[in-house]
Design a protein around this ligand. Structure first.
Ligand SMILES: [Zn+2]
Length: 71
């Protein structure tokens, strides 16, 4: 098995290979389409996802609210 180090798409550091041989780090979405290291996942990607979920919940709620409250 070739161990080519991937580069974090956020901080551009090499992503370390984990004990089980996993070398792809974490999914960087929705920050970008690439992969990212553990630190960026914890401090950049997860907070961005939480923010998006909150925003989506609000925008989804708005049309429903209007439907149930006709003018
Ligand atoms: Zn990183």
């Amino acid at each position: 098995m070739t161990t080519k180090l991937h580069t974090c798409s956020i901080c551009e550091d090499p992503i370390p290979v984990e004990w089980n041989g996993w070398a792809l780090g974490h999914n960087a979405a929705p920050v970008n389409d690439g992969r990212c290291c553990e630190a960026c996942n914890d401090f950049v990607v997860i907070p961005t996802r939480l923010k998006l979920i909150t925003t989506r919940a609000e925008t989804r709620f708005a049309p429903d609210w209007n439907e149930h409250c006709p003018e």
